[in-house]
Design a protein around this ligand. Structure first.
Ligand code: GLU
Length: 420
């Protein structure tokens, strides 16, 4: 990794390429090339030691032609306006691809949540939600967890928002965020949904390629919500996790890690470092480990041409958003590696967020079987549509996924036309 990575430009370039591949109306392409709204707030928070710190928060609302803006809130020291714009645009494609009645949005605060106490995190979250004010709402813009945030963050956001609306609207505001704890109006199955979606893509790929998952090997970069859940679900298919990495380091175990024990360790120790059943390796060694399936589930721009040159794998399943740089992707494709793109591979999260939002609207709570069955059907059907378009047009899966997403948006723009 070197130099400044222009994530938003990368996404704009993907948009351009896909638009060409599916002959998108140039006006629609133009409209989608910039976000609709860019909200930036600066807000003070009193730290545990009495010091007042100023935080910068973003909420980018990319597009809402298909429904309310939708997408996560990221807490990370590397958050920039440029990244959030890229991630918001990807949410527009993701929701359209999955046929959800949502547009795309993304938010974030540039800070390291690991350096703060639970009380400070709560105050940052509440003050940010308050600063966003009417820029979010259950029928307008609906945040969710992302890197550095979780169901607890969402409970604080919901509670803060509920306390700002009129009393009569309080209970109907539950759907202002998704990914909430189940008792506070979340849905069963949301916690594992992104990892579950990753595995659905893997099983579809395996079925189409007559590949036996039993006894195959895989590696995971990033062992947070997405990576750990994908690994625990994949373990049921007899696949063996032989290398893993996160912000605390990289580990190798040719015999295969016990995914559940590793997850338990990470919960307790906040990282994989020190886990006894693995040999510490370098980042380069991690990328060089020969495997069948590679799951990037950390941050963007992790697989550049440098990492791609080291990798020996059959399929890269993008649990993270934007883990491959365009050059990294090109190098992998040239090697014959299949890339199941982020907007499809990690779309299980926002899909189950949609189920949560529907349940909130109807005051229902579905059982886990229902959530699981719906996600299974929805993501596998879209996977097949993407494969079909890719084959038909002889394009890669990312371009095909973008193409499908864009065509759906184009239809709606043509039906509704431009106001006034
Ligand atoms: N942050 C997740 C994503 O990138 C989930 C978004 C959501 O559930 O709204 O897809």
């Amino acid at each position: 990794m070197s130099g400044k990575y222009e994530f938003f430009q990368v996404i704009q370039q993907y948009l351009k390429e896909a638009a060409r591949a599916v002959e998108l109306d140039p006006t629609v392409e133009h409209l989608l090339s910039q976000p609709k709204n860019e909200v930036i707030v600066n807000f003070p928070v009193k730290m545990d030691n009495g010091e007042v710190k100023l935080f910068k928060g973003y909420r980018i609302q990319h597009n809402n032609i298909l429904g309310p803006f939708k997408g996560g809130i990221r807490y990370h020291e590397s958050v920039t306006l440029d990244d959030v714009k890229a991630l918001a645009a990807m949410m527009t494609w993701k929701c359209s691809l999955m046929k959800l009645p949502f547009g795309g949005g993304k938010g974030g605060i540039k800070f390291n949540p690991r350096e703060h106490s639970a009380l400070e995190l709560q105050k940052v979250t509440r003050r940010f939600t308050h600063a966003l004010g009417g820029n979010i709402g259950p029928d307008y813009d609906i945040p969710a967890p992302d890197v550095g945030t979780n169901s607890q963050t969402m409970a604080w956001m919901m509670d803060t928002y509920m306390n700002t609306v009129a009393h009569v609207n309080k209970q109907s505001s539950r759907g202002v965020v998704t990914g909430k704890p189940v008792a506070s109006g979340g849905t069963l199955g949301r916690e594992k949904a992104t990892g579950q979606g990753v595995v659905h893509c893997i099983t579809e790929w395996a079925k189409d390629n007559r590949f036996n998952l039993e006894g195959c090997t895989y590696t995971v970069q990033g062992f947070g919500n997405v990576g750990a859940n994908a690994a625990m679900i994949l373990s049921k298919f007899g696949a063996s996790l032989i290398a893993v990495g996160d912000h605390t380091g990289y580990l190798y175990n040719p015999e295969g890690f016990n995914e559940h024990k590793l997850t338990e360790w990470v919960r307790e120790h906040k990282g994989i470092a020190g886990y006894p059943a693995g040999k510490p390796i370098t980042r380069d060694e991690f990328f060089s480990v020969k495997n069948d399936i590679f799951i990037p589930a950390a941050l963007e721009n992790q697989i550049t041409e440098v990492e791609a040159a080291m990798m020996h794998t059959r399929v890269v399943v993008e649990g993270a958003n934007g883990p491959c740089s365009p050059e990294g992707e090109r190098a992998l494709l040239d090697k014959g590696v299949v890339i199941i793109p982020d907007v499809l591979a990690n779309a299980g999260g926002v899909t189950v967020s949609y189920y949560e939002w529907v349940q909130n609207k109807r005051s229902e709570s579905w059982d886990l079987e229902e959530v699981d069955a719906r996600l299974d059907k929805q993501i596998k059907a879209v996977y097949q549509e993407v494969q079909h378009l890719a084959r038909q047009k002889n394009i890669d899966l990312r371009t095909a996924a973008y193409g499908l997403a864009l065509k759906r948006i184009e239809t709606v723009y043509h039906e509704r036309d431009i106001f006034p």
